[in-house]
Design a protein around this ligand. Structure first.
Ligand code: FEO
Length: 396
């Protein structure tokens, strides 16, 4: 039995196995957890459920604590199936329980499960008394779906924030003070970079609104990963910072190379960046994890893309990165492109065009080398990297 407070329990499921999420589009190297919470007051409240395949474990956890038929309210903070997948099973035990949702939540739950449960739609500021304490609801549209909502428990001062402030992180402990700070920070950042970045405007506004309520917060209990108990507002401050799009003066070079020429160019461009006193990281798009690369792009101000030219284009392993750059809409980034070629040489130009479409400011014309770069061309790569880094610094 895992407890947050005397009458507040974790009843979710850890998933140590999962390595990909969202249709294999998001890597989860450290697994994840689907956090569901049970509040026992005069009324019994279940907050979110788990992904459907883990329903059995979830039911076992619940039955350790409560007679499921005694649950009065089920709060669905968000209908994505990793949190609502076990809802139909739970509702078979408690067909008359009240399902609390946001307005958009009612629509999304109905469109997932096609059931006429006893829905109660709540809006920001609505309060439901459950005995000694109240539940207060805060709609959080686009953090990260239109239906997303937070639920706050008075008295215990817990904010159940669903996906916001979460991390894909499985652990034996429930709380951030029981795990490695660096691992949790890395997973929280990767989660923000890969899921929440396009919604940063909404994040900034929602945090200002939450702070305006002046509610005391002892814990922030997201729907994935650890609960923020030690200095719970640290994750709110990080979100506030991340939402600004401010980045460090470093460069991420992402390339792929058919026979090593573009790779060699990447290494010499990196030398030039270092000569300007700027830090860099190199990733081969064919071997590195896409979501890890995007987390590094999120942190860095500069993005340099490189590819050999093949079939009048660039190598296909760059495409998922480019697609994500379009969708994630990182702000304040600067970029450039390069690559070797045999005869046509379109790759740098095409990569530049994609950077520009992703709202990355292209700082200089792309660099090409025919077949293997010679000494003169490698020196040009050093100059290219150095000039890029210097221009980036002057943009700050
Ligand atoms: Fe963790 Fe939006 O689901």
């Amino acid at each position: 039995m895992k407890k947050l407070k005397d009458n507040v329990f974790w009843v979710g499921a850890a998933d140590w196995e999962v390595r990909h999420f969202h249709g294999n589009e998001l890597s989860t190297h450290r697994g994840t957890s689907y956090n569901s919470y049970l509040v026992k007051d005069e009324k019994t409240v279940l907050i979110d459920t788990v992904w459907e395949p883990l329903t059995e474990r979830f039911l076992e956890n619940l039955k350790d604590i409560v007679d499921i038929s005694q649950i009065d309210y089920v709060v669905v903070n968000h209908a994505e199936p990793d949190h609502s997948g076990a809802l139909p099973t739970i509702m078979e035990y408690i067909p008359n329980a009240t399902v609390i949702v946001s307005k958009k939540g009612e629509e999304s739950v109905k469109r997932h499960y096609y059931k006429e449960w006893n829905f109660k739609v709540v809006s920001t500021g609505d309060k439901i008394n459950i005995g000694k304490n109240d539940l207060i609801f805060v709609e959080a549209p686009m953090l990260h779906w239109p239906d997303s909502m937070f639920t706050y428990l008075t008295g215990e001062n817990i904010l159940f924030s669903n996906d916001a402030f979460g991390q894909h992180f499985a652990s034996p402990g429930l709380f951030n003070d029981e795990v490695d700070d660096c691992e949790v920070y890395q997973e929280a950042l990767k989660y923000y970079a890969n899921i929440l970045t396009p919604f940063s405007k909404f994040v900034t506004k929602k945090i200002a609104e939450l702070k305006g309520f002046g509610l005391p917060v002892d814990m922030i209990a997201p729907a994935h990963g650890v609960i923020w108990r030690k200095d719970p507002m640290q994750i709110v401050s990080l979100y506030d910072e991340w939402a600004t799009g401010r980045s460090e003066n470093s460069v991420v070079i992402i390339y792929n190379s058919m026979w090593g020429a573009t790779h060699k160019m990447a290494d010499f461009i990196a030398k030039g960046i270092a000569e300007a006193g700027v830090s860099y990281k190199l990733f081969n798009s064919a071997t590195a994890d896409k979501n890890d690369i995007l987390a590094e792009v999120f942190k860095a101000k500069g993005i340099i893309l490189g590819s050999s030219t093949v079939n009048n284009g660039y190598l296909p392993s760059l495409s998922p990165i480019i697609d994500e750059l379009m969708g994630l809409k990182f702000i304040g980034k600067v970029g450039a492109a390069f690559g070797s070629y045999g005869w046509s040489g379109e790759s740098p130009k095409l990569l530049e065009e994609h950077l520009a479409k992703a709202k990355v400011k292209v700082l200089q014309e792309g660099l090409k080398a025919k077949y293997m770069p010679d000494d003169k061309e490698l020196t040009a790569c050093i100059h290219f990297g150095k000039a890029f880094a210097e221009k980036m610094l002057s943009e700050a």
